[in-house]
Write a protein that binds this ligand. Structure first.
Ligand code: NDP
Length: 310
């Protein structure tokens, strides 16, 4: 069985950037795309904050370009999911969903995080037509318009505060009579005049055929149904790091994000590195993911050199 130098798991900005650096350092990386090639940016429309694109770029186009750049340096890209890992030995083992086993000295994990969704049919239908899970990415398109944010945690509070600078009115839909967000974030929301908090409020449906026109709400205490008229609907009910297959192998925090050593991408296992949203619950931006992908490839290269492998 061949021992590869470097296997990268994940195909968002972190994974592809790691591949570009690893391939140029002669590590002959194999990159597994996972079930959603391109990651979260594939469900974004225009990306206007990735440096180097003065006119913005579509999320899927950005990912296509990153993939091409990785392929230009002979990254071996495989459209498969990894279903299991074994980090016992000095050489790490991974299993693909089709049952293949691969051995590699270095592993770069870039499996990302996925936004949680409400699960409504209208939410799927109106995705990118007014429904978004990222105010920093998409808020600009709703400037001057009324919008709603659903959620009661720090993300929802942050998204509502961000949108309040662009929009005349932001409706924050909180399903309980209190928020989970930190006190300082709650205070900020409550003291912002153009944010209206709707307590005990559940989203029954998002209205509109081809674009968001409003939201049907239900008061969970009184059962009262009402509607609000909005053009944007931001879901901010948390993210789920895609770390399930690393359980029992890698150190994780209470929300299952992988823990890396400060100032590096090293995990608790030698030769296993993590980059992008899988290890970042704070910034979660394409550019920070790409930056940490570069760090992971450099850390992997140094590791392979120190082991006399490269
Ligand atoms: P959280 O899990 O903290 O909060 C999720 C929120 O969404 C909760 O209020 C929850 O309600 C609500 N929710 C969940 N499901 C539904 C649903 N189906 N319908 C309506 N509401 C729902 O996620 P966050 O993304 O807000 O935060 C994740 C972590 O990241 C936290 O530790 C947070 O502190 C941190 N963070 C820190 C920031 C900062 O420091 N600047 C910024 C952003 C995040 P309920 O309370 O009823 O369960």
């Amino acid at each position: 069985m061949e021992n590869h130098h470097c296997i990268i798991i994940g195909s968002g900005p972190a994974g592809y950037t790691a591949a570009i650096y690893a391939a140029r350092a002669n590590m002959k990386p194999i990159l597994f795309t996972g079930a959603e090639p391109g990651g979260q940016l594939m469900i974004t429309t225009e990306v206007e904050n990735f440096p180097g694109y003065p006119d913005g770029i579509h999320g899927p186009k950005l990912m296509e370009d990153l993939q091409k750049q990785a392929e230009r340096f002979q990254t071996d890209i495989r459209y498969e999911r990894i279903s299991g890992v074994d980090f016992t030995g000095p050489v790490h083992k991974i299993w693909t969903e089709s049952g293949e086993v691969l051995h590699s000295h270095a592993i770069v994990i870039a499996t990302g995080a996925s936004a949680k969704w409400l699960g409504l049919e209208s939410e799927k239908r109106l995705m990118n037509k007014g429904v978004s899970a990222c105010a920093v990415c998409d808020g600009f398109f709703f400037r001057g318009m009324e919008v709603a944010v659903v959620g009661g945690g720090d993300t929802a509070a942050e998204e509502a505060s961000y949108l309040a600078k662009l929009c005349p009115k932001v409706h924050l839909l909180v399903r309980k009579e209190h928020m989970r967000a930190s006190k300082i974030m709650q205070d900020r929301v409550i003291n912002t005049p153009n944010i209206e908090v709707h307590w005990n409020t559940e989203t029954e449906d998002i209205l509109g055929e081809n674009e968001v026109e409003g939201v049907k709400l239900k008061n969970s205490k009184t059962g009262e149904i009402s509607t609000i008229s909005v053009k944007g609907f931001f879901v901010a009910i948390g993210h789920q790091p895609n770390s399930g297959i690393f359980e029992n192998w890698l150190d994780m925090d209470d929300a299952k994000y992988l823990i890396t050593k400060a100032g590096s991408t090293k995990t608790n296992i030698s030769g296993v590195f993590a980059c992008g949203d899988i290890q970042d619950r704070v910034y979660r931006q394409a550019v920070t993911a790409a930056g940490s992908g570069c760090m992971a490839a450099l850390d992997a290269e140094r590791y392979l050199t120190s082991q006399g492998i490269l």
